[in-house]
Design a binder for this molecule. Structure first.
Ligand SMILES: *Cc1c(COP(=O)(O)O)cnc(C)c1O
Ligand code: SF4
Length: 451
């Protein structure tokens, strides 16, 4: 299949959209003026079940939905689009966007290392053992998830971009930090880059091979959005060769695959791509946020994890989506996410219980909702740091008062005085974030939690 992207400019070429009433199409076009929209012919033809729109989870995954904007904003932008006044459209789209904070707090200021007063752009280092790297040309994706917080990168707000061409600076940095064992190459989706370019980043690493580096991770959603990247694309074979060169060098290659829904794993194309990647000696680990309208279904998660194990993949993370969204379009409460996770995990064998979740990526670390406990007639959330900026906090359990409406750490109150310190410093995060669009992670990583 030859890659064809659809954006707001050529949305009308998606003939399946004719299935929607005109009014719904108008609203969709209007939302696409504000939120970045991009999908492709594989997603449209092979993943979306067009007999089930708008409810289809994959449709929800890449197509803008009217409820993603506050009603009054939606009315404003729809009217502007109808007027055909491109200046007005631009102005309104910009002002709506500015009210939806594009970059979760703390990420840029806190995680970008400095050297002699120079910010090392394109590098983020939050957790001691893992360095993130954002190759400049990998800051886009084969399609855009509607819930992605990285939209600043996609609409080209220059100063918010995080990127770098400087692999040498990266390697210097890794060598100077012996505690680093993992490099996570992320984006956007680094697998959007042509192999030639990926080589330019990886080959110096293989040549200089910092002694402390043992794993290269690549975050990607290409197995879902464009599996041909690993099979029939012109430079797919060369990419697989490169993967093999990494594993042959004695390093561990971990593909951090973003699978949001079982459907994405069910096509022959995805199966072929997975087989090809595994044959290089790479390990595929799977992660996704949990989201209303897309994957808030325990049975689906259980079947997806089972399928991952059956295919030799490792279930890794389920992320809580933070409550930053357009009227909480995607947000589930912590209580709901925890119950879905628990119900799903009960249905799978221990081999699929490598997955951890629901996990919130907060300023201070990844915090797992580990349990809802009743103690002396009172209810509590048992929370646990599974990753932390302060290494001593890793594996630390603490408690919050049970609140069925809470969706994020900042909605929670410490249960006991001794728990108070774990909530400190989180608050400013949410103030900065409140009018923002849902993201799956305050961090650039996982997330992508994904990629
Ligand atoms: C999740 C994450 C990592 C990786 O953490 P692991 O628990 O080792 O998978 C690294 N950096 C950031 C900023 C993250 O959010
Ligand atoms: S979640 Fe990942 S694949 Fe989806 S748009 Fe964001 S960066 Fe791209």
């Amino acid at each position: 299949m030859k890659y064809k992207a659809f954006t707001k400019k050529n949305m009308d070429q998606i003939k399946q959209l004719a299935l929607l009433p005109q009014e719904a199409r108008d609203r969709m076009t209007a939302v696409a003026e504000v939120l970045p929209f991009k999908t492709n012919n594989y997603v449209v033809e092979k993943l979306i079940d067009w007999s089930n729109i708008p409810d289809d989870p994959i449709f929800q995954l890449t197509f803008p939905q009217p409820e993603m904007l506050p009603e009054e904003k939606l009315r404003m932008i729809t009217a502007a689009v109808k007027s055909g006044n491109s200046e007005l459209i631009k102005m309104q789209a910009h002002s709506i966007r500015m009210e939806m904070n594009p970059q979760p707090a703390g990420q840029l200021e806190l995680n970008v290392p400095r050297e002699k007063d120079r910010l090392l752009n394109g590098i983020q280092h939050k957790y001691s053992e893992t360095v993130l790297f954002f190759p400049e040309q990998g800051q886009t994706c084969h399609a855009y998830c509607t819930y992605c917080f990285r939209w600043a990168q996609f609409i080209g707000i220059e100063e918010l971009k995080m990127a770098s061409k400087e692999t040498d600076v990266l390697i210097d940095y890794i060598e100077k930090h012996p505690e680093v064992t993992d490099l996570l190459i992320t984006g956007g989706d680094p697998m959007f880059m042509r192999t030639k370019l990926v080589r330019r980043y990886i080959e110096p690493l293989l040549k200089r091979k910092p002694g402390n580096l043992q794993t290269i991770r690549i975050g990607t959603k290409a197995l879902s959005y464009w599996p041909y990247r690993f099979t029939e694309d012109q430079d797919a074979a060369d990419l697989l060769d490169l993967f093999r060169e990494i594993t042959d060098s004695g390093m561990n290659l971990s593909i951090m695959a973003h699978f949001t829904h079982l459907r994405e794993m069910e096509t022959q194309e995805a199966a072929d791509a997975i087989t090809a990647v595994k044959a290089t000696g790479a390990v595929i680990r799977c992660q996704s946020p949990i989201l209303k309208h897309i994957n808030d279904d325990a049975g689906m998660w259980a079947r997806m994890w089972k399928k991952q194990v059956k295919m030799g993949l490792v279930p890794y993370y389920m992320f809580a989506a933070r409550d930053t969204g357009p009227k909480s379009y995607f947000t589930l409460t912590l209580d709901e996410s925890y119950r879905i996770f628990s119900k799903a995990i009960r249905q799978v064998s221990g081999l699929a219980r490598t997955v951890r979740g629901p996990s919130m990526s907060t300023k201070s670390g990844k915090i797992l909702v580990d349990g809802i406990s009743e103690i002396n007639g009172e209810m509590f959330y048992a929370l646990k740091f599974i990753q932390a900026r302060e290494p001593q906090l890793v594996n630390k359990v603490f408690y919050a008062e049970y609140d069925p409406d809470a969706a994020w750490i900042t909605d929670l109150k410490p249960a006991f005085d001794t728990d108070r310190r774990f909530f400190k410093g989180q608050k400013s995060d949410i103030e900065f974030l409140l009018p923002c669009r849902t993201g799956m992670d305050s961090d650039a990583s996982a997330q992508k939690n994904c990629c």
